[in-house]
Design a protein around this ligand. Structure first.
Ligand code: ATP
Ligand code: MG
Length: 208
């Protein structure tokens, strides 16, 4: 089980680190399939599923599960998956979570690492709305994975690395709805994640 600093410790050798940020409310197979396929396709040493502290782009739109519960679910989701780790840098930093700050913090720990910022195409389309997106583009390679649905227009001033992965029509929004309707989440989230949801009594008052 891993949360926090990626295991290739302070690096004297160049590691290739993927940063896959999200709210993960809850983490689902779409996230995991994306992460392992990018890990494999780009020969990364590790993909960090970075749990945001305050999802400022989502705030006010719905009730967001507390960050420590979302982290516990991500820790459970990646526990047995080589190369995937849960990241808590944004939670430890507190306040709003900005990928530019996170990359800076990770670079301080891993000065010689090469960073890959991984996004689904919906997030990629809005990249220029991110705070200090220019820093994200300058300090990492941008990796995009398509989600199901119509093709999305990506900002064309970025040299995107596109990774093919099975397109799974699953979203956390749909899972929260399923949960509140009493429909099963089996196979859409992994069993360890279901256990955390049950043990912590999450989504029992889901409003979406
Ligand atoms: P929500 O419905 O609450 O927005 P989500 O399923 O989109 O949740 P997020 O935590 O918002 O999950 O997404 C984190 C990252 O994972 C984003 O880059 C998003 O594009 C990507 N992502 C989410 N679901 C998938 C999926 N099924 N396939 C590929 N990428 C995905
Ligand atoms: Mg989303």
């Amino acid at each position: 089980m891993s949360a926090g600093t990626p295991t290739p410790a302070a690096s004297s050798w160049p590691v290739r680190l993927g940063l896959f940020g999200g709210t993960f409310d809850p983490p689902h197979v779409g996230h995991l399939v994306t992460a392992v396929n990018v890990l494999h396709a780009l020969g990364l040493d590790q993909v960090i599923l970075m749990v945001n502290n305050v999802a400022w782009q989502k705030e006010g739109t719905r009730q967001i599960t507390p960050a420590d519960d979302r982290l516990a679910m991500v820790v459970a989701a990646v526990a047995d998956v080589p190369g995937l780790v849960a990241g808590r840098t944004e939670i430890d930093h507190g306040g709003n979570s900005f990928t530019a700050d996170t990359l800076q913090a990770l670079r301080a720990d891993h000065p010689s690492a090469e960073f890959f910022t991984i996004v689904g195409d919906d997030a990629a389309a809005g990249l220029h709305s991110w705070t200090r997106s220019d820093e994200v583009v300058a300090s990492s390679h941008l990796v995009v994975v398509d989600r199901p649905g119509d093709p999305v227009d990506l900002p064309d001033d970025i040299d995107w690395i596109r990774v093919e992965a099975p397109r799974l029509e699953v979203s956390s929004t749909d899972l929260r709805r399923r949960f509140s309707d009493g429909r099963p989440l089996d196979y859409l989230v992994t069993e360890p994640v279901l256990d955390v949801i049950e043990r912590r009594g999450l989504y029992s008052g889901a409003d979406e």
